[in-house]
Design a protein around this ligand. Structure first.
Ligand SMILES: [Zn+2]
Length: 81
């Protein structure tokens, strides 16, 4: 029997692989969405269009904590359509 950790279900693999800096921005965006009751479009952590991290160097911590990220900062792919 395989024991599944609850955290494994909640946190996508791409998010677990993030660097500390990326994770900080990811968490800031999640907090921002929760506080404003808006959907967390970037929950998966990486773009399924270009496969790059959404919270990489193209997103700053300030933007991640004050603005809703609805598209990929690398290729411009929209997550809310
Ligand atoms: Zn992309």
């Amino acid at each position: 029997m395989v024991v599944i950790n609850k955290m494994d279900i909640k946190v996508p693999l791409a998010v677990k692989k993030m660097s500390k800096d990326e994770r900080k921005k990811y968490d800031a965006q999640e907090k921002y969405c929760k506080e404003n009751s808006i959907p967390f479009f970037t929950r998966m952590g990486k773009c399924y269009s270009c496969n790059k991290s959404i919270f990489g160097e193209n997103i700053g911590l300030i933007k991640a904590s004050t603005k809703l990220i609805t598209g990929c900062p690398n290729c411009g792919h929209s997550f809310c359509e």
